[in-house]
Design a protein around this ligand. Sequence first.
Ligand SMILES: C[S@@+](CC[C@H](N)C(=O)[O-])C[C@H]1O[C@@H](n2cnc3c(N)ncnc32)[C@H](O)[C@@H]1O
Length: 246
Amino acid sequence: MPKAGSWRDDLRVLWLLARGRDRRAPHAAALNAFYAPQANVYDRFREQLLPGREPLMRALPLCPGLRVLDLGAGTGRHWEYVAGELSGLARLELVDLCAPLLEVARRRFADRANVCCTEQDATTVVPTEPVDLVVLSYSLSMMPDWRGVLDNAWRALRPGGCLAIVDFYTLPRTPPSGFAPLSGWDRWFWPRWFRHDGVWLRPDTVAALHGLGGRTLRQRQGRDRVPYLAGLKAPWFFWIREKPPV
Ligand SMILES: C[S@@+](CC[C@H](N)C(=O)[O-])C[C@H]1O[C@@H](n2cnc3c(N)ncnc32)[C@H](O)[C@@H]1O
């Protein structure tokens, strides 16, 4: 059941989404300005807006002893879908450029010694040792240098490690192999709708993911309602790719 006050919280988020992101400000400053006024109600609204997170998190190849890097982790709420697995991880590093969202993550995981929060750019962050899993949950589409982030994520993985991504997406008219096509309406409407809030759906993202090499372990295309957007369903995908073992 929605909590009391939830309408007011939703209205605040809707107002910030309608106002959009400041495109002239430097990236970190724009993220802070956009998220700071909604950091404490972020999770409630994104519960409805980011539906692919739960199936991705439940599909992750998690097991005790793994080192995990999450790029653009925000409040880290998606890790609660697999809360039972967290204590077994050797290390979970949540990286984000946005201090107010990361502060929520710090409070959330304050009692977990194996979870750490790092305020840094996903393009340049380097883990202290190669990791077993890198996760990008609805964050790649908000990163200006998204190819740099993909390269950095792939470099951070040990051979045989996995890259897991869930995000809104678009495709070229002829989709890459293994992907069902999107309609002309989807390809026209959703990139325009999301970019107002600094979310960039790029038709070449899926091809770039294939270009990394390795082997696809899981892939899924889904579509879900967007809150307060009368009956419209936004396309999302998830994708888990294994880096070749040497
Ligand atoms: C839509 S939110 C998703 C947050 C979280 N992963 C989730 O699933 O709820 C996108 C996140 O990416 C972060 N982000 C955007 N660009 C970034 C960058 N270059 N480096 C690190 N984080 C970034 C934002 O601050 C924000 O927390």
